[in-house]
Design a binder for this molecule. Structure first.
Ligand code: SF4
Length: 510
């Protein structure tokens, strides 16, 4: 942490600020709550300045304000995350030493991030040797152009997809449909949000924001099924509907949880079997994968598969774990005739060039940091307006899509550190958010007013006589003027009371 603070004047200032706050607490001049007020104010300043700069930031503010007080949304998220929490406690019991497993996984992923090119080349060599065709896409435009080219080449009219956040990132469905290709999501959660005309709410559980009643109603509206259909009935209905689509599809599109370098295979994890059908039934299989997904060896999978399952859904192991190393071979009876892997950069190289934030490329997209984040639980997945939401989204999105539009996300955190505690690959997410804040300020996207106020505050806090001279009523007036708007209309702004020193003196006199 020392080095971290040395790197940034802004953070030196923060450090002094909080040191002086701490001192002041002991002196008794301010309440602890003032720290919260100032934290809130810093957030407000950055966002407020953002209003003039980006519609996205403005939207983030107003959507947060609305959704945070939506009782129904809160209830559904609380219920669904509550079930997840219980499952994770059970899932973790499979480990004798979870810390050791996490440390090993973190070490492997750090090595990969530090030597990404080598592992990607190894994957490329081995995958091509297996008969697969590998394409490199610098950005979403290149990826889309490549897929449309494959669509033309193989005369594809119908596509089935299994859940993939990378395809969300490049808005693949939209592009395929505009090109006249019918695309269908086959993961149940994705299918539900596609039916509803929405995007995934969460990187692991796309329909987490919907209750079973919401889903029954949606099916009733779309297909005329009973309004009171149970989850089992809905699943059965969907299964029958999708089965024929798998048979008709010309192309199956998937992501991959891991690229296994030493055997040149993709590893795909899912619970419904739709991924297996998507990869094996159509004549063409295309996997679109972020370059950070590579792991060195098939020997690492026992570690990563179980960590992903436990942290993603609380399972000991996910139901279907497939390794696909290329198209159907001469002596095989099923599988696609052609298999392509598109390796997508799309801003990941920018992140790779950022030390220390590049550590976020170790992410295995388990979603655990979202589920424990108090901010995510309050504002939900859609408010972030990004493919990757929650703490990991707030860390990586500014690097993938630019600080001007997404730098504000790094402030959408209490810095409580729960995300860091939970991450199976030990990404210090809350520290990365601080580094992002530093970079937001460095890029001139912070609010200069905040800096001035903090300077004045630092002077006042450093001199006891100044604070003692200022009357309590004046201090409260200043608080109102400076912080009332940031504190919002729903909360009572904390006030200065008689100072601890006066109370102490009074007590000792009596
Ligand atoms: S940052 Fe860690 S906890 Fe969050 S999704 Fe990635 S691996 Fe999971």
């Amino acid at each position: 942490m020392k080095t971290f603070f040395k790197k940034s004047k802004t953070l030196i200032f923060y450090r002094s600020l909080f040191a002086s706050l701490k001192m002041s607490f002991y002196r008794g001049f301010i309440t602890e709550k003032l720290c919260c007020v100032i934290n809130q104010f810093s957030y407000f300043c950055v966002l407020n300045r953002a209003v003039g700069m980006s519609q996205l930031k403005h939207k983030f503010l107003s959507d947060s304000e609305q959704i945070a007080f939506d009782a129904k949304h809160r209830g559904v998220i609380k219920f669904n995350i509550g079930k997840y929490d219980q499952a994770v406690v059970r899932g973790k019991q499979q480990y004798f030493n979870l810390k050791l497993a996490r440390d090993r996984a973190a070490r492997i992923k750090r090595n990969v991030v530090n030597d990404l090119e080598k592992y990607l080349k190894e994957f490329e060599f081995n995958f091509q040797r297996n008969g697969g065709q590998l394409l490199w896409a610098n950005d979403e435009h290149e990826a889309i152009a490549m897929i449309l080219e494959l669509v033309k080449k193989h005369q594809v009219r119908k596509v089935v997809k299994s859940k993939s956040m990378v395809t969300e990132e490049i808005e693949l469905n939209h592009h395929l449909q505009a090109f006249g290709v019918e695309t269908l999501e086959t993961d149940l959660g994705e299918y539900i949000v596609q039916l509803a005309g929405e995007k995934p709410y969460h990187i692991v559980t796309p329909a987490m924001h919907k209750s079973k009643e919401d889903v029954a109603l949606l099916y009733h509206q779309k297909f005329g099924t009973s309004e009171e259909a149970s989850p089992e009935e809905i699943t059965q209905y969907t299964r029958l509907k999708l089965r024929e689509k798998f048979i008709q599809a010309d192309m199956g599109i998937t992501g991959a949880n891991f690229l296994v370098a030493d055997i040149g295979a993709i590893a795909l994890t899912e619970n419904e079997g739709n991924g297996v059908l998507t990869m094996s039934m159509p004549k063409v299989h295309v996997a679109i994968v972020g370059i950070e997904k590579v792991i060195p060896s098939i020997k690492d999978l026992d570690l990563f598969w179980s960590l992903l399952a436990t942290h993603g859904t609380g399972q000991q192991i996910t139901v279907y774990n497939s390794l696909v190393s290329g198209p159907r071979q001469a002596d095989e009876v099923d599988g696609p005739e052609n298999m392509y892997v598109i390796l997508l950069d799309n801003g990941r190289s920018n992140l790779l060039n950022q030390d220390p934030q590049k550590v976020a490329l170790s992410c295995i997209r388990c979603g655990a940091c979202l589920n424990v984040c108090p901010v995510y639980k309050a504002i939900g997945g859609y408010t972030y307006n990004t493919t990757y939401s929650g703490p990991i989204g707030a860390v990586i999105t500014p690097h993938l899509k630019g600080f001007a539009d997404y730098g504000h996300l790094s402030y959408a955190s209490t810095l409580c550190g729960r995300c860091t505690e939970e991450c199976p690959v030990n990404i210090p997410l809350h520290e990365m958010l601080l580094y992002n804040r530093r970079d937001t300020i460095k890029a001139g996207l912070g609010d200069p007013t905040f800096g001035k106020i903090m300077k004045a505050y630092k002077i006042a806090m450093g001199k006891r006589w100044i604070l003692e001279t200022i009357p309590v009523s004046f201090k409260n007036m200043g608080m109102e003027m400076l912080f009332k708007k940031a504190w919002g209309p729903r909360r009572q702004l904390p006030t200065f009371q008689t100072s601890f020193r006066s109370r102490w003196m009074q007590h000792h006199k009596s």
